[in-house]
Design a binder for this molecule. Structure first.
Ligand code: HEC
Ligand code: HEC
Length: 252
């Protein structure tokens, strides 16, 4: 299994042109509509068949662990990703959010050419696998040493921006909201936060929340550095964190 993943991974990384999912634009109507970087319109959360089914199914953690082996090649066995932000931390994220993001990637709503081939039904299975692997990931403890922003960032300015523009959805400490699909952003690697924030602002994430896009429209590069440096130093609750340097015993 491991060798297969590594070989497949090497061949994917060798591709110079990105494999891209079909651009399936959902039917748009009056409410919650966004326009992406290419001028196409999208309605938030409209394409939800797989997401809703995965949420209803009873997850099998043992199978989830088996599926996660493929994911661990990039997201690491701990689900902690990399502090340089190439691969996000998944551990501790709400299951609703993991399901939404994974199905968005499978449906081609996020450009993720590195991961896309490994996320397909032909590779990991259908809704049951989505249900299982996300339950397994949500059960992992979080990295207490996530990647932080630059020392030059103005954290006081970041805190002000956060209070004025983000708290209503992501919460006082970046804890998000499981029922509303608002991600936990505390404990995430700074470089990943920054990249995703820019992509959401630019409409590159085609199923991103339109209210967030409107809220962050006027953010300058400096504002982004300040607010995301502030977010990256918000600590998740102690009971969610693993020990420093924890290794996942499931993948010894
Ligand atoms: C070849 C490397 C690779 C593999 C294998 C991989 N991923 Fe990813 N994954 C990524 C990258 C890179 C990103 C961030 C993409 C971006 O910047 O938009 C990502 C993002 C995600 C996200 C979105 C996280 C967020 O906070 O928005 C989820 C969820 C996810 N991966 C789950 C999985 C699962 C589940 C598997 C296994 C079935 C998997 N990944 C396998 C590379 C990989
Ligand atoms: C109206 C609610 C709302 C507001 C306001 C909002 N967000 Fe978000 N944010 C969301 C939702 C929902 C997502 C998930 C996007 C999606 O649906 O794919 C998200 C995603 C993100 C992500 C990507 C996380 C990931 O794991 O991929 C970052 C980073 C982020 N928000 C930061 C911020 C910051 C910083 C602010 C304030 C400057 C902010 N958001 C304001 C709702 C909001």
């Amino acid at each position: 299994m491991k060798t297969k993943v590594v070989v497949a991974l090497a061949s994917v990384l060798a591709l110079t042109t990105a494999v891209r999912a079909a651009d399936t634009a959902p039917k748009a109507d009056a409410s919650k509509v966004t326009t992406d970087a290419e001028g196409k319109k999208h309605q938030w959360m409209v394409q939800g068949g797989e997401r809703e089914k995965a949420l209803e199914l009873k997850p099998d953690l043992k199978h989830g662990k088996e599926v996660f082996e493929v994911c661990s090649a990039c997201h690491m066995p701990e689900g902690w990703g990399r502090t340089d932000g190439t691969f996000p931390e998944l551990a501790g994220q709400y299951r609703t959010v993991l399901i939404k993001q994974l199905t968005d990637i499978r449906e081609g709503n996020r450009d993720n050419p590195t991961m896309y081939p490994f996320a397909l039904t032909s590779e990991i299975g259908g809704e049951q696998s989505v249900s299982d692997v996300t339950a397994y990931i949500a059960s992992l403890p979080m990295n207490p040493d996530n990647g932080k922003g630059p020392a030059t960032a103005d954290l006081a300015h970041g805190a002000k921006l956060y209070a004025d523009n983000c708290v209503r959805c992501h919460g006082d400490k970046g804890e998000g909201n499981e029922e509303k699909y608002y991600p936990r952003i505390q404990g995430q690697h700074y470089e990943y936060l920054l990249r995703q924030f820019k992509w959401i602002q630019q409409g590159k994430r085609r199923n991103a929340n339109p209210d967030m896009i409107a809220q962050i429209k006027g953010f300058s590069d400096k504002d982004m550095v300040d607010v995301l440096s502030y977010v990256a130093q918000l600590s998740p609750p102690k009971d969610k964190l693993g020990p420093h340097g924890w290794k996942n015993p499931d993948f010894d």
